[in-house]
Design a protein around this ligand. Structure first.
Ligand SMILES: C[S@@+](CC[C@H](N)C(=O)[O-])C[C@H]1O[C@@H](n2cnc3c(N)ncnc32)[C@H](O)[C@@H]1O
Length: 299
């Protein structure tokens, strides 16, 4: 293998191990390490005690072609790996590694006004609403069908001045997009501390004023201020938690407010329709076996 070639080592691990694994890769001579949530496949509802898919992380490390990775792979500490984790090493021939890296994350148009762009990219349309987001530890880069459906629906629904709740905010992508589309304030809620950190970092990257975006845990008393006063509630979680959270999510809505729910497989929609009957929930979009459901609270 010549030194003009590059090697890419893709390894799956649990989010708890990511920091150590990243340090370990750099200690072995990696030139760059990137993280991606590993949830690009249709999920089934995790059973009790099972790891939700977005807690699995794909870690990609880039090495020059002259590093012998096989002995390194043989010595990787077990503690850094998830059970049955994938570990693939490929050679990147005749391709500039910067491009290979970036090809996976190129700007994506989500609706007529909205684009999601990696921070290193030139936005294809400088006059569009460009939200900058890089792959990180929290779910939500716009590449997953559920996030993409929410972003398209937000592009359509947010006209200016709305108070928006993003329940299960992950990277904060939906709350940030809503604010950039014209919402006056937003609340991001997540039960994963990493998601709250990622949401704050991404808000800063997008020059969101701290006063317009609150980011809270579900049990935080600050949520009370949003009850009965939110114009739009969006939640991309999974059918199970959405069934459990129905009363809380509906309680957040002001009369006439809109509700957008996803993370729901097509066959799960009827159960959600029944549970959210008071807001007349209906399927409004479908992609890759997932549905987006929309409802409205009576005026
Ligand atoms: C599929 S991700 C969605 C992230 C982002 N909103 C998007 O649309 O790409 C679901 C998020 O919901 C969070 N979550 C799951 N159950 C939750 C609950 N009961 N309360 C609050 N957050 C929850 C997870 O931690 C995760 O960050």
């Amino acid at each position: 293998m010549s030194s003009e070639e590059w090697q890419e080592w893709v390894l799956e691990t649990h989010s708890h191990h990511v920091e150590l694994l990243e340090d370990w890769f750099f200690a072995q001579g990696a030139l760059a390490v990137s993280l991606e949530d590993n949830a690009d496949e249709p999920l089934l509802e995790p059973g009790p005690g099972e790891t939700p898919v977005w807690q699995n992380v794909k870690v990609t490390a880039l090495f020059t072609g002259d590093v012998d990775l096989e002995p390194i792979r043989a010595e990787i500490p077990d503690a850094l790996l998830a059970k049955n984790s994938r570990s693939d090493i490929t050679t990147l021939r005749d391709r500039a590694w910067e491009r290979v890296w970036m090809d996976d994350f190129s700007p994506i148009q989500m609706g007529p006004r909205l684009w999601i762009c990696p921070s290193w990219s030139e936005p294809p349309d400088a006059s569009a609403i460009n939200v900058y987001l890089d792959p990180g530890l929290a779910f939500g880069t716009g590449t997953h069908a559920t996030t993409a459906m929410c972003l398209a629906a937000l592009d359509d629904a947010v006209r200016g001045g709305e108070r928006v709740v993003d329940y299960g905010c992950g990277s904060g992508i939906l709350a940030i997009a809503a604010l950039r589309l014209g919402a006056s304030s937003a609340l991001g809620v997540d039960n994963d501390p990493q998601a709250l950190t990622a949401s704050r970092d991404n808000a800063e990257r997008n020059q969101i004023e701290a006063s317009s975006l609150e980011i809270l845990f579900p049990e935080s008393p600050g949520i009370d201020a949003w009850v009965g006063g939110s114009d739009l509630v969006v939640a991309n979680i999974l059918a199970g938690p959405l069934l459990t959270l129905a009363d809380e999510l509906i309680a957040l809505m002001t009369p006439g407010a809109k509700l957008l729910l996803t993370g729901i497989l097509t066959e799960q929609a009827p159960e959600l329709i029944e549970r959210y009957a008071t807001v007349n929930l209906q399927v409004s979009d479908t992609r890759d076996g997932w549905v987006l459901m929309s409802g409205q609270r009576a005026r």
